[in-house]
Design a protein around this ligand. Sequence first.
Ligand code: PLP
Length: 386
Amino acid sequence: MAEKPFHADTILAHAGGGVDPATGAVVPPISPATTFVRDKDYSLTSEKHLYSRDDNDLYRQIESLVAKLENAADARLFSSGMAAIAAIMRAVKPGRSIVVQSHIYWGTTAWLRKHCAHAGIALIEADASEAEGFCDVVREAGPDLVFIEVPANPALQIADIAKTAEICQETGAALAVDATAATPLLMKPLNLGADLVVHSATKALNGHSDALGGLVSTRDANSEIWTFIREERHDAGAVMGPFEAYLLLRGMRTLALRLERMCANAEAIAEHLDGHPAVEKVLYPGLPSHPGHELAKKQMTGGFGYLVSVLVKGGAEEALKVAGNLELIKRATSLGGVESLVEHRYTIEGDATGVPKNLLRFSIGIERAEDLIADLDRALTLKRSG
Ligand SMILES: *Cc1c(COP(=O)(O)O)cnc(C)c1O
């Protein structure tokens, strides 16, 4: 009988790797070497070490760890989430088309619009909070690639991964899911039929706001699109530095613990703010009132994530005032770190995406919930009293 495999949390605590057999070291070494010598008959000293644009043992350890967590056939580490996303998108040839979910991470939308215009690729943006409508768009457009983000940032819509995967299979499109806001622990898109999963490792995977990174995983290591992505990483060179790779692996050891606290805090905050007199609406997939709640319950396990968006009563001015009143929660872009952050997305996106002017997106960290709630209550009350 096969032994029961270790739980993902256990695998993460050991960073997916064992003790270095040569030295007994419990953490892997950082190797800054860019090149590796050949012996006198011109064979590589080690088959897996030629040049560090691809050959880095820390990359390999991170990739096999993430592949294990995602139930993936293979994975590749990139220098940032955007580098990972760009590698996927560049697989689509000029003259073809991409369907992308609207109202997702603005960096993806902004870059994709420019890239498609430049490369002569038809780009169709469509809302994916209603599966039927989105699937109709995919059926009609017959794209090479469909890209969704689950949960979608900043309004936290929940796209139906299994239904979208079904349509993609029917029409011959590859389905890529940006699961940054869920991490591999809360959701496994490959198990739901997605072909590729992408994460900005800059966010919760690393978790400490001190390293940029991205990851793509695949269900099929022999697919045409995976061959392209693998070669793109190797040949186009959007690779991570060895020190960042070390930080990422170190950060990932505590992912399970951090996420537990972050999700519990986010849930407590969402529940507390739901119905608050200064709040028009709370957007959190864990709230039964969220339109994607049932779907999120089906697709996610162990929590609904650490992002909470709040529509403040009033407009941009009121939202900015609340953000300005916060003392513990920091005003900064990005998400998934141990410290809670708030962002007024309209200031960044303007009218380019339809983001509500009164929306504040919170990335909830590992602080004590009572301290976060007190900070929010004070900021919202100050706003009401003038
Ligand atoms: C931040 C983010 C990205 C981009 O990642 P970088 O590491 O900043 O390049 C992509 N998708 C989502 C959902 C993100 O939050």
